[in-house]
Design a protein around this ligand. Structure first.
Ligand code: AMP
Length: 396
C-alpha cells in the first residue's frame, strides 16, 4: 500500500510517496513559486531526478505537475495515481479541536479555517493543499490531517495557560498549543521502544531551523517549549524565543513600530542570526565562532545555555528523566552542543560516550552503560509518522 504525504505551504508544496509494506520512501519532491511561475524538483529513491519549469497559478496545477513526475517523467515511480491508497497532510494548527490525526471531511476543513486566526501563514496554505488534492484526485481517495499541535493537547492547564487576564483565554483562545508535535511523538515513541518500559519520562529536543523541547511522561506530552505560535521557547535560527514582553513594547515605542514590524523582527531578524549577524545556519555561525567572531560565539553560547535550562526545567516538571533525545538538523549533527548539554547534566547522572557522540545523523544511544539517563540521537521522520497515521486511520 502506498501513501502520498503532502506538506503544503502558501507558495510551495513538499511531497513524499511511501511504500507502507516496508516503510520505504519511493520518491520525494518540491514544487516552488506556486502562484508566481512554478518549478518542480522530483527525486526518485534510486537517484533519478526530474526537474521542470511549468506554470502553477494554483496548487491544483502543482499537483498536476506532481502526477506527471510520479507517473510519466524520467523519474517516474508508479504507473498511475490509482496505485496510491490515501493522502496524508501535514497540518499545523488544530487548536483544542484535534487531539489526534483524523480523516478529512468538510467539517474538518471548516474547523481548520476557524483556527487560521492563530496560524495565518500555515492553516490557509494547508487548506489550499487539501482542496487542490480533492480537485485533482477526486473525493474518493481518503485524505488524513496530521496536526502539529495534536500531540501537545494532553498538557494540563497549569502548563498551557499564560498569566494574562483570563478573558484573553476565553475570548481569543490565547494559550500554549505547542508545535513539532508529529516529530516529538515520533522520536519520543521510538525512545520509549528503546527504553523498553511502559512508564517513562522522556525529554525530546527537536533542534533544527525551528527548535522546541517537549517533556513526555508515559507517552503523553506534559509540557513543551513552543507556545501560542512557534516563536516561543528558546532562540532559533531567526526567532527570538521567550523574552521579557517589556522589551518589545519599549523597542516599539522607541522606533514607532507596528505589530507587523515587531512580528518581523522577533520571527525573522532575531535568534542566532540576530545575535551573531552572521547567519541563521548553526554551521556558519560555529565556523565564525571558531575563527574568533565574538558575537557568533555569544550566539552559540546563548543557544546551548537556553537549551540546557529548558531540559533542566523539564526534569523538574517530571520529577526525573529516563531518556533525552536529540533530533533535527542541529540535534542530529551538532556533537559539541550535545556534549555541552550532557556534561552539564552530570548532576542527574547523565554520562555520554564521547566516541559515540561523534556520530552524525543516525539512530544511536550515546550514553554510557553507567549513565542513569539514556541519551539518544534519533533522526526524525515526520513524513513517515504522517504516513503511519494515515494508514492507521484508513484501515479502521
Ligand atoms: P532542519 O530544520 O532540521 O533541517 O535543520 C536545519 C539546521 O540544522 C541548519 O540550519 C543547521 O543550522 C543545522 N545543521 C545541519 N548540520 C549541522 C552540523 N553538522 N552542525 C551543526 N548544525 C547543523
Amino acid at each position: 500500500m502506498k501513501i502520498f504525504v503532502v506538506n503544503a505551504g502558501s507558495s510551495s508544496l513538499k511531497y513524499q510517496l511511501i511504500d507502507m509494506e516496508n516503510e520505504q520512501m519511493l520518491c520525494k519532491g518540491l514544487c516552488e513559486r506556486i502562484g508566481v511561475s512554478g518549478v518542480i524538483t522530483h527525486k526518485a529513491a534510486d537517484g533519478r531526478v526530474y526537474t521542470a519549469e511549468t506554470l502553477m497559478p494554483t496548487h491544483s496545477e502543482a499537483f498536476e505537475a506532481v502526477v506527471y513526475a510520479l507517473t510519466e517523467s524520467e523519474a517516474k515511480v508508479i504507473d498511475s495515481f490509482d496505485e496510491i491508497s490515501a493522502i496524508g497532510h501535514r497540518t499545523v494548527q488544530g487548536g483544542v479541536d484535534f487531539t489526534n490525526s483524523c480523516l478529512i471531511t468538510s467539517e474538518v476543513i471548516e474547523k481548520m479555517r476557524e483556527w487560521s486566526v492563530l496560524a495565518p501563514l500555515h492553516n490557509p496554505a494547508n487548506i489550499l493543499g487539501i482542496e487542490a488534492c480533492i480537485k485533482t484526485f477526486g473525493k474518493d481517495i481518503p485524505q488524513v490531517a496530521v496536526f502539529d499541535t495534536a500531540f501537545h493537547q494532553t498538557m494540563e492547564p497549569k502548563a498551557y495557560m499564560y498569566a494574562l487576564p483570563y478573558r484573553y483565554y476565553e475570548q481569543y483562545k490565547i494559550r500554549k498549543y505547542g508545535f513539532h508535535g508529529t516529530s516529538h511523538r515520533f522520536v519520543g515513541g521510538r525512545a520509549q521502544e528503546l527504553l523498553g518500559k511502559e512508564h517513562s519520562k522522556i525529554i525530546t529536543c527537536h533542534l533544527g531551523n525551528g527548535c522546541s523541547i517537549t517533556a513526555i511522561k508515559d507517552g503523553k506530552c506534559v509540557d513543551t517549549s513552543m507556545g501560542l505560535t512557534p516563536l516561543d521557547g528558546f532562540m532559533m535560527g531567526t526567532r527570538s524565543g521567550t523574552l521579557d514582553p517589556s522589551a518589545i513594547t519599549y523597542i516599539a515605542e522607541k522606533e514607532n513600530l507596528s505589530p507587523a514590524d515587531v512580528d518581523r523582527i522577533v520571527n525573522k531578524e532575531s535568534g542566532v542570526y540576530g545575535i551573531s549577524g552572521v547567519s541563521n545556519d548553526n554551521r556558519d555561525v560555529e565556523a565564525a565562532a571558531n575563527a574568533g567572531n565574538e558575537r557568533a560565539k555569544l550566539a552559540i553560547d546563548m543557544q546551548r545555555y537556553q537549551i540546557l535550562k529548558f531540559i533542566g526545567s523539564y526534569i523538574a516538571a517530571m520529577n526525573g528523566v529516563d531518556a533525552i533525545v536529540f533530533t533535527g538538523g542541529i540535534g542530529e549533527n551538532d556533537s559539541k552542543l550535545r556534549e555541552y548539554v550532557c556534561d552539564n547534566l552530570k548532576f542527574v547522572g547523565v554520562e555520554i560516550d564521547k566516541e559515540k557522540n561523534a556520530v552524525r545523523g543516525k539512530e544511536i544511544k550515546i550514553s554510557t552503560n553507567n549513565s542513569k539517563v539514556s541519551v539518544y540521537i534519533i533522526p526524525t521522520n515526520e513524513e513517515l509518522a504522517i504516513a503511519r497515521d494515515t494508514l492507521e486511520i484508513i484501515s479502521k
